[in-house]
Design a protein around this ligand. Structure first.
Ligand code: FAD
Ligand code: DLZ
Ligand code: SF4
Length: 523
């Protein structure tokens, strides 16, 4: 990396670990011949939750590669390593040191992706008046302001309405004024259960280079007590390798992405999913570019419309929408707890040590890969946490820790809003609660489970079955007026009283058991 020379009036440009895009707003404003780019590995960021080891390795290696690319491109880069003896442990501390080191009179930062850090930079700006420029993060298709304008005056903030506007705004898979294929949303077609003879694709696995190997050694030494398996490590850590991974998905995963989007198969973590969330979220891939390339495959007749639309909806719909919600809801969103759930997160979320085959599969896969696809997150781990009444804040912190793609702006609305219904229905029109029947339909997990999915009560009954009804029964006053739950409550009311009682007794015994084991673990 180039030595920084002392030039008056020069600007310091701080680039964060999830801002690895050469055209990010802070770099766009900087002068390559005059200014200094600062990147810093700091304990505050590696430690604000117990990040999965693979997530830390991914971010630090991607940061180091990006710094080298900037330097090769003519930038003056000052890169502070985690093991630098003078490292202050915080980004603001490193900015303070670097401002002095390089005699810079101001620092430019593209806004961080979470309130915690934004507040820290705002406080720093208040203490150092006139020296901090915070710029919007324009790597999204809908700015914070545009989302606030869209939301203003609306009673309901439904994703589908937002998504249609984004389709019109971007022109993606639109023919004239109409959606390609005649339908805005093909979700109904995207719920095929897994067939026995599915020919699965596999994500492209990058081989660790020397930079990554050095980071892996660092992570093994420094974060041994963090969750997760570190090796084998195969995530892409450069733009080129992330592009290669996405190209593999276009060829092999995309054609079946729509059909099997909700399917789950034991020992097959990835199915036809893109496994690009981590690359998009740190800036190695660009959201509009990936959507355009997916559209091109559809226009060329290589993939069906339900695959292309399903993929594009996730990016210009869900991804942009949850970000808008995150910033709109402010710093108090994290405290929402509609059901008043207080039970601690079961220890098996960290160990995978449970007899429930579906949870075991999703949790061990999470430990090994720092990855689970959407339905596993929503309908297995998330569904169980909500049915069991786990404290949503603990659920949130778990999701923020364990996935390589987890950043609060995208994780929090998905967890708190979509999966736990802790915001009382801002995001979801009803709780994503389901019994074992759903998991059995969409996966092969139940075949090798100690529990019987067909049993509703009794010692062998699938816990999702009695927990589902118990959840509805105990939250009746909060949920029974929801029009989408009317049929469920009518079914519950038709059960014999003895069945209702047995359901509630089994749920109580199961949940008491969870608490007893949590007490044992704490002791
Ligand atoms: P694919 O299934 O191949 O989808 C392609 C892309 O679409 C994803 O990479 C992602 O960028 C986008 N996408 C899909 N669904 C969503 C969604 N609901 N919200 C936002 N973007 C979406 N996604 C994250 O990026 N980070 C998180 O921390 C995160 N936490 C989640 C927590 C819960 C409880 C739930 C239910 C979902 C969460 N998601 C999160 C959304 C989704 O599960 C992941 O984006 C997806 O599983 C990533 O894998 P993939 O790249 O293979 O996605
Ligand atoms: C997640 C993360 C980690 C683990 N480490 C660093 C780091 O050492 N330095 C850094 O600049 N960023 C890191 N990040 C990403 C930041 O936490 C991220 O920018 C914020 O969460 C805001 O989205
Ligand atoms: Fe999960 Fe119930 Fe099926 Fe077992 S029987 S895998 S606990 S849904």
């Amino acid at each position: 990396m180039k030595e920084a020379r002392n030039k008056p009036g020069r600007r310091l440009t701080l680039v964060l670990g999830d801002q690895l895009s050469p055209d990010i707003s802070s770099l766009a404003l900087a002068d390559r011949d005059r200014d200094v780019v600062l990147m810093a590995e700091v304990a505050d960021e590696t430690g604000y939750v117990h990040h999965h080891k693979k997530k830390i390795a991914f971010i630090l290696s991607a940061m180091r590669h990006f710094a080298s690319e900037l330097a090769e491109d003519g930038w003056t880069v000052d890169y502070v390593r985690l093991d630098d003896p003078d490292n202050t442990g915080s980004l603001t501390g490193e900015v303070t040191r670097a401002l002095e080191r390089h005699d810079c009179d101001r620092v430019t930062i593209t806004e961080s992706g979470e309130w915690r850090l934004l507040r820290a930079f705002e406080a720093f700006a208040a203490e150092n008046v006139g020296t901090v420029e915070l710029l919007p993060d324009d790597r999204f298709l809908c700015s914070r302001k545009a989302f606030a304008d869209w939301a203003s005056g609306r009673k309901q903030l439904r994703m589908e309405n937002f998504y249609r506007e984004m389709r019109r705004k971007t022109g993606l898979i639109i023919d004239g004024d109409e959606p390609a294929g005649g339908c805005w949303n093909y979700d109904r077609e995207n719920r095929k259960p897994p067939d026995a003879d599915l020919e699965l694709s596999a994500p492209r696995r990058a081989r660790p280079d020397d930079v990554t190997k050095e980071v892996l050694t660092l992570v093994a030494d420094w974060f041994d007590n963090h969750f997760g398996t570190l090796e084998p490590f195969w995530f892409a850590v450069t733009r080129d390798k992330a592009e290669a991974a996405f190209s593999r998905f276009l060829d092999e995963g995309l054609p079946s992405f729509g059909d099997y989007q909700d399917a789950m198969v034991a020992d097959e973590p990835f199915l036809f999913h893109a496994v690009i969330g981590l690359y998009l979220n740190v800036g190695l891939l660009d959201p509009l570019d990936v959507c355009k390339r997916v559209e091109a495959r559809y226009r060329d007749g290589d993939v069906p419309v339900n695959a292309a639309e399903g993929f594009i909806r996730q990016i210009i719909g869900w991804r942009e929408y949850v970000r808008g919600i995150y910033w709109l809801q402010g710093t108090e969103y994290v405290d929402e707890n509609f059901f008043g759930h207080t039970r601690p997160l079961p220890e098996f979320y960290w160990t995978g040590d449970t007899d429930m085959a579906c949870l075991r599969a999703c949790l061990t896969q999470t430990r090994d890969e720092a990855y689970a696809h959407h339905i596993q997150r929503l309908m297995v781990t998330g569904n169980f946490a909500m049915l069991a009444g786990i404290d949503p804040r603990q659920v949130h912190e778990w999701y923020l820790s364990v996935y390589a793609d987890a950043f609060e702006w995208v994780e929090l609305p998905n967890t708190l809003g979509m999966s736990q219904f802790a915001d009382g229905g801002l995001l979801a029109s009803k709780p994503y609660a389901a019994s074992g029947n759903y998991i059995n339909k969409m996966s092969d997990y139940c075949r090798n489970c100690r529990y019987k999915v067909a049993d509703k009560t009794g010692p062998d009954a699938c816990p999702f079955n009695y927990l589902y009804w118990d959840f509805l029964a105990r939250n009746r006053s909060r949920l029974e007026h929801n029009p989408r739950l009317g049929r469920a409550y009518a079914t519950w009311d038709r059960f014999e009283e003895t069945r209702r009682q047995a359901t509630r007794d089994d749920a109580r015994d199961f949940l008491d058991g969870l608490e007893r084991s949590a007490g044992r673990d704490a002791a």
